[in-house]
Ligand binder design. Structure first.
Ligand code: FAD
Length: 488
């Protein structure tokens, strides 16, 4: 790049903010880039891509920095960091929002809810818009309004050539198709345009907690309950201890519980009827469901997944919960050691499953659930080995039920064929064609990598975290080192 014209911040190892700037959400990731180019706008992104290419630097793209595999940061290369690009502009007349590529979901919800609007976004407000959207986007509203990508109208993308393109149904439709599920493989998205919908400002939302010992009974009831639920109802099931939050009575803190989180995005009166049977089931320890500002519910889980804790995830899509599958879940869900480890299961269906496979690059739309099995520990705690083993063992026990995987839930030590599992063969092959067209040299490979055709026969010299031969969390190190002498 013409480094002197870069208007953002350039952060190298001698900068006082270097360690903060290279840290991502998952504290198990510890990588040391040569340069973090914190961009102030699209021109900086273009300059950073060109600079990286001219110096043959490994590139990582950072949106919200939330990806559990830590793909937002690399060793030795450059991080194109969009965290200073968080503007959200809502057009209430058209019910749309333009969102910069480093925004978090909390930014979008805050701006959109000021107009009584929202779109499907993640259930933790400090998750990045960019990575979540480019992988598909699950959230409370998806059964009513589709995945996040189903609400994407256009995206501005800086390609591997440093060219700025606008992708939409009318312009570069092949690129636009690939961006809706294919992840960060095709360029750096500097801006997204989303369709918004009237939501709230209050929704009937919250969580119900039962004792972990009731897991089988609760899941059997839950299966039948969600089978007939209207699209307005979004639910997730969380298996873990009750977090020590002020809204939870102290005597329940750290007690193993099965929790159903719910958000019913329709009129409160109708939602009361929808949720009544769930709230009446069995003997809940606690019922926190109440009319709640939608924007508050969007951050209700934030403090259970803090930045800097160490995480190890395995994940899979699942079919409807047959009794034998419920038995497997119940047998493993609470067998972890760390009080912070948990499993969380999203209920899909509704509008997600009504978009035909292949219309976007998201795979597995017919799955009923997506589950993540998440070992969590803090620095100095000795749960890592046991809870990594727990996560892997739980995952292995689900083998005969697994139906592909959500690409955004892939961890740091996955086999490359799991990326194909995330899409299915037809979508994956089409992604390879688009990748070959827009990034034939696989410049953007520090991600859940779709390799271009040329690379599928010749192994790449610089494997990304999910390329064959790559290491595990925090250990990925490209074979070719580059000289950073040209950078300040
Ligand atoms: C606590 C937690 C809760 C989550 N909840 C949900 C949820 O409710 N629903 C859901 O669908 N997912 C959820 N996820 C998964 C989430 O979708 C991914 O972690 C996603 O990658 C986060 O996006 P990010 O921008 O923060 O990622 P980052 O870590 O910044 O980036 C991940 C990758 O995305 C790509 N990328 C990022 N920004 C850009 C950009 N501007 N242009 C091009 N490529 C880019 C790059 O390839 C990068 O390597 C959750 C994750 C966590 C950790």
């Amino acid at each position: 790049m013409d480094i002197d014209k870069f208007q953002g911040q350039l952060i190298t190892a001698d900068h006082p903010e270097y360690d903060t700037a290279r840290a991502v959400w998952n504290g198990a990731i510890d990588r040391h880039p040569q340069l973090i180019a914190r961009c102030s706008g699209t021109a900086d992104v273009t300059a950073a891509v060109r600079f990286a290419r001219s110096h043959d630097l490994e590139i990582a793209i950072r949106g919200g920095g939330h990806n559990v595999a830590g793909t937002a940061v690399c060793d030795d290369g450059i991080v194109i960091d969009l965290s200073a690009m968080q503007a959200v502009r809502v057009d209430p007349g058209r019910c749309t929002a333009r969102v910069q590529g480093g925004a978090l979901w909390g930014d979008v919800d805050h701006a959109a809810q000021a107009h009584g609007l929202a779109t499907t976004g993640g259930i933790v407000s400090h998750t990045g818009v960019a990575g979540l959207t480019l992988g598909g986007g699950l959230g409370w509203l998806m059964r009513k309004h589709g995945l996040t990508v189903d609400n994407l109208l256009a995206a501005d993308v800086v390609t591997a050539d440093g060219e700025l393109l606008r992708a939409s149904d009318d312009r570069h439709p092949d690129l636009f198709w690939a961006l809706r599920g294919g992840g960060g493989n095709f360029g750096v998205v500097t801006s997204f345009e989303f369709q918004l919908h009237p939501v709230g400002p209050d929704a009937l939302a919250g969580a119900i907690l039962w004792d972990a010992g009731d897991t089988r009974k609760v899941l059997r009831f839950y299966r039948d309950f969600v089978r007939g639920a209207p699209d307005e109802l979004g639910t997730v099931v969380r298996f873990g201890t009750a977090p020590p939050l002020p809204i939870i009575p102290e005597e329940l803190h750290w007690r193993p519980v099965i929790l159903v989180g719910a958000c019913c995005a329709g009129p409160i009166g109708d939602a009361e009827e929808v949720l009544r049977p769930l709230r009446a089931f069995g003997r809940p320890l606690l019922d926190l469901i109440a009319p709640t500002p939608y924007v508050n519910h969007q951050s209700a889980f934030d403090s259970t997944v803090l930045h800097g804790w160490k995480y190890y995830w395995k994940s899979t899509y699942l079919p409807e919960l047959r009794d034998d599958l419920i038995d497997v879940i119940a047998a493993h869900a609470f067998a972890c050691s760390s009080p912070r480890s948990y499993a969380v299961m999203f209920h899909l269906g509704g509008a997600v499953s009504r978009v035909p496979e292949g219309d976007t690059a998201v795979g597995n739309r017919q799955a009923s659930h997506a589950i993540t099995l998440d070992g969590v520990w803090r620095a100095g705690e000795d749960y890592a080995d046991r809870d990594i083993a727990w996560s892997r063992g739980f995952f292995a026990a689900l083998e005969s039920y697994r139906e592909g995987v959500y690409v955004n839930f892939l961890g740091a030590d996955e086999r490359p064929d799991r990326i194909r599992d995330a899409y299915g063969t037809a979508v994956y092959d089409r992604l390879v064609e688009v990748k070959t067209q827009y990034d034939p040299d696989n410049v953007f490979h520090h991600n859940q990598n779709i390799r271009p055709r040329s690379e599928r026969t010749a192994a790449r010299s610089r494997p990304g975290p999910h390329a064959p031969g790559a290491g595990t969390a925090g250990t990925t190190r490209p074979e070719s080192q580059t000289n950073s002498g040209a950078m300040r």
